[in-house]
Design a protein around this ligand. Structure first.
Ligand SMILES: Cc1cc2nc3c(=O)[nH]c(=O)nc-3n(C[C@H](O)[C@H](O)[C@H](O)COP(=O)(O)OP(=O)(O)OC[C@H]3O[C@@H](n4cnc5c(N)ncnc54)[C@H](O)[C@@H]3O)c2cc1C
Ligand SMILES: NC(=O)c1ccc[n+]([C@@H]2O[C@H](COP(=O)([O-])OP(=O)(O)OC[C@H]3O[C@@H](n4cnc5c(N)ncnc54)[C@H](OP(=O)(O)O)[C@@H]3O)[C@@H](O)[C@H]2O)c1
Length: 459
């Protein structure tokens, strides 16, 4: 009998989790399907594969990553740790709880290299079209090989979409913004805060991008940082020079007028207004159409497309948990594909979706949201051989993180947490986050002694 063929679209953390899941089954002696992963960038890592570019890449494709040079993890690494590839295993010594971007890329790359799965990935391959033939029950996938300028089509039994959902900016319109004389960008195009030194900056949005770009800009010397929220203020004890105002009513030249009747003049605007679920390679009836939330509609167990259970999505949820949630999802989808458990019929699946959606409708606080996502992950892991970990302990870590942020938004990244997987206590980084101006992996992994030497004046 011919082996099943599986396409994974995207080699970010979710696609890499799927590759790891199949490899782990293979190493355990299971006969696994042929797996091909298409990745449009030249390397894996998804968002963590940083690019200085904005707009389009060297192939003319939309730049995928929304990350910026000086991005550090905004949650403790202990909350995202893989249960079967720990930070201790990778770095060989404890590191701090909030590593910069290059260090987290190093960690996910390390696991993927150890899995020996690079051969399964076709880099610089952009998926253009995925069509399902209901007679043969197979997908035809059309892909552009960007380096060789060739279009290929391949047939697959199941497709796993792992293309992320923080790459296509949500860009609302505001009256008068078209004649704002300064720079107007979306967070997706933000690459570094040095450019805002001395400027009066308006960030529109009340979530993680606004918060982090706001404090990065403060750190890099912005004269004034104003964040404009639509629904509710973030409510942190902002340092002098940073504050929150309600929604923008209109712009008049360089002046923004807010709905409370106040107004301020600005030099630059960053739209931190989130992202769209966007899957241009799928027909509309197969695309998630959802706001960024913890239970997008139409997915059985948050991963399998209800209308066509041979199509799966990984990482489609808003994310408290990240890497270990993608693992839980990947292991579940793998086992479904391997036939390790039976797929319930459409009615049963719908009842399950409805049950989780009603539970999600009751979620009213951040704490409840974290617990909801922990319960979701637990439910997935219970059905596979992915190592169960203490999800309640991770919830406690998230709550402590939130409390730290409330105390001081500029110092929360200096705190340390124990690993839920190994018990190892994180170190305190040699330099406070506010004083650290070198975000490189080399600098981060240098010891206190190296750090002291680096800051000694040259005589
Ligand atoms: C600014 C920012 C900061 C973040 N910071 C953190 C953080 O500190 N900690 C944390 O845990 N999470 C963070 N995240 C969340 C982040 O979404 C996850 O960590 C993770 O990257 C999601 O993995 P993914 O594989 O689902 O998607 P992505 O990382 O987005 O990867 C998707 C991959 O699919 C590829 N792809 C897309 N379309 C196609 C196509 N048509 N054909 C072929 N390939 C395609 C892309 O090139 C990409 O490699 C951040 C996100 C953003 C936007
Ligand atoms: N350092 C880091 O690690 C870091 C930094 C940045 C981002 N991230 C990650 O990036 C992901 C995306 O975060 P995000 O903040 O970009 O998106 P997000 O969490 O989806 O938030 C979008 C924000 O935009 C607001 N908004 C949307 N439309 C608007 C409009 N028309 N007018 C005014 N406000 C509007 C929303 O307001 P409402 O609340 O009213 O809907 C919300 O506050 C998250 O996973 C986050 O963790 C991480």
């Amino acid at each position: 009998m011919q082996r099943k063929r599986i396409a994974i679209i995207g080699a970010g953390p979710s696609g890499m989790a799927a590759l790891r899941a199949f490899k782990s089954a293979e190493r355990g002696g299971t006969d696994v399907p042929d797996v091909v992963c298409y990745e449009k960038q030249d390397d894996w890592g998804g968002q963590w594969n940083f690019s200085w570019r904005t707009g389009t890449d060297r192939y003319g494709e939309p730049v995928h990553s929304s990350m910026y040079r000086n991005l550090w993890s905004n949650g403790p690494k202990e909350a995202l740790e893989f249960a079967e590839y720990t930070f201790d295993q990778h770095f060989g010594r404890p590191i701090s709880s909030y590593p910069p971007r290059e260090v987290l890329w190093d960690y996910i790359n390390g696991r993927a290299v150890e899995s020996d799965v690079k051969d399964a990935v076709l880099f610089a391959h952009a998926v253009r079209r995925v069509e399902f033939d209901s007679e043969s029950e197979r997908f035809t996938v059309t892909v552009d090989d960007l380096r060789h300028k060739a279009t290929i089509t391949e047939v697959f039994d199941e497709v796993i979409v792992a293309t992320g959902h923080f790459s296509f900016p949500n860009v609302p319109d505001f009256e008068g913004i078209g004649t704002f004389p300064g720079e107007v960008i979306h967070a997706h195009e933000f690459r570094g805060a040095e450019r805002f030194a001395g400027q009066r900056l308006l960030l529109i949005g009340g979530s993680y991008s606004a918060e982090d770009i706001g404090i990065q800009s403060h750190k890099m010397g912005a004269r004034q940082v104003t964040m404009s929220y639509r629904t509710q203020p973030q409510g942190f004890a902002w340092p002098d020079g940073v504050d929150e105002v309600p929604e923008v009513a209109r712009f008049d030249g360089s002046v923004a007028h807010f709905v409370d009747g106040t107004s301020r003049e600005f030099d630059a605007v960053v739209l931190c207004t989130g992202y769209l679920h966007h899957y241009p390679f799928l027909p509309h009836e197969s695309r998630i159409d959802s706001p960024n939330n913890l239970y997008p509609d139409g997915l059985y167990r948050g991963v399998t497309w209800q209308k066509n259970p041979r199509l799966h999505y990984l990482g489609a949820q808003d994310q408290w948990f990240t890497f270990n949630m993608f693992d839980a999802q990947a292991w579940f989808v793998r086992d479904l594909i391997l036939g390790r458990f039976a797929l319930p019929d459409a009615d049963e699946r719908q009842a399950h979706i409805d049950e989780w959606k009603s539970a999600y409708a009751e979620v009213a606080t951040d704490e409840a949201a974290v617990r909801f996502q922990a319960d979701y992950i637990r439910d997935l892991i219970e059905q596979t051989d992915y190592p169960m970990f203490d999800l309640d302990e991770v919830v406690a870590t998230f709550l402590a993180w939130k409390a730290d942020k409330k105390v001081d938004i500029l110092t929360y990244r200096d705190k340390a947490y124990p690993s839920v997987m190994t018990g190892t206590m994180a170190t305190v980084h040699h330099t406070a986050w506010m004083d650290e101006l070198d975000d490189s992996r080399e600098r981060y992994l240098s010891t206190q002694l190296d750090a002291d030497e680096a800051s000694e004046p040259v005589s």
